[in-house]
Design a protein around this ligand. Structure first.
Ligand code: PEP
Length: 257
């Protein structure tokens, strides 16, 4: 299989001056959902100031249809482009359905496939036909083999730049929103040459769980983390637990200490 550790050396993904999977611990950060230009710019400034490498930001999933005043796909991409230019940051945004992929791939530095779409065959194949690196999130009920099969589906179409993301799985344990599977990190590292990052934001139920899980992820061999930040976390539309700018600053200081 293309994903298999035996098939090649570690995959390294280069984005401007950042290499993912090259031994450096890379932070991706930004708003869970892009709510406005002011909110995105404020987040991008923090990302830059604290030395995170990549700006994240999602279009509100259209199927949830909660708030018609939120920016649409075209506006979201435009805002991300402006923020990326102003702060010299590559950016990642999620694709929800196959017909979005070409346009997002034209503009974004990386694509993201959400946990609930990990086994969306047409979406995987469409992303596989692009030349953009992709963050593939582990499904809530997916085994590591299933995650790797999804990565294989993308790679079989030609796109070999896949970053795997552990973001918590459904277990019997109710202390967190989902259970972050830290054991997946060394397990995946032994199974595949692909980079592995961790999203603690969507797994936790209390923001105080985020920093320890970040440090633990790094210690376990992860290549980076992806976290949500927001100027006013209490009002954030993200479905995860969002860091305030102060908490983000403390996290980044902790990581560089
Ligand atoms: C996200 O990263 O914006 C997100 C919704 O995460 P997940 O797909 O892991 O739930």
């Amino acid at each position: 299989p293309l994903v298999s550790r035996e098939s090649q050396e570690n995959t390294q993904i280069r984005l401007r001056n950042v290499t993912i999977g090259g031994g450096q611990f890379v932070t991706f950060a930004g708003p869970g959902v892009i709510e406005s230009q002011a909110q995105l710019m404020a987040c991008a400034q923090q990302v830059k100031e604290h030395g995170a490498a990549v700006l994240r930001g999602a279009l509100y999933p259209p199927q949830l249809n909660l708030d018609n005043n939120l920016p649409n796909q075209g506006q979201t991409l435009q805002l991300l482009r402006e923020a990326g230019l102003r702060y010299e940051l590559p950016f990642v945004t999620e694709v929800h359905q196959p017909d979005q992929v070409a346009e997002v791939a034209r503009q974004a530095d990386l694509l993201q496939i959400g946990a609930r779409n990990m086994q969306n065959l047409e979406l995987l194949q469409e992303v596989g036909r692009t030349h953009r690196p992709v963050i593939l999130k582990r499904g809530l009920m997916a085994s590591l083999d299933e995650l790797l099969q999804a990565a294989e589906t993308i790679m079989a179409q030609g796109n070999r730049q896949v970053i795997l993301c552990e973001r918590g799985i459904r277990t019997f344990e109710g202390a967190a929103r989902q259970t972050l599977d830290l054991g997946a990190i060394p397990a995946l590292k032994s199974m595949t040459h692909l980079p592995v990052i961790v999203d603690p934001t969507h797994a936790i139920s209390d923001i105080n769980q985020l920093a320890p899980l970040t440090y633990a992820s790094r210690a376990a061999g992860a290549d980076g983390i992806i976290v949500d930040i927001h100027p006013q976390p209490d009002t954030a539309l993200s479905d995860g637990k969002t860091l305030s700018f102060e908490q983000f600053s403390n996290l980044m200081s902790g990581l560089s200490a």
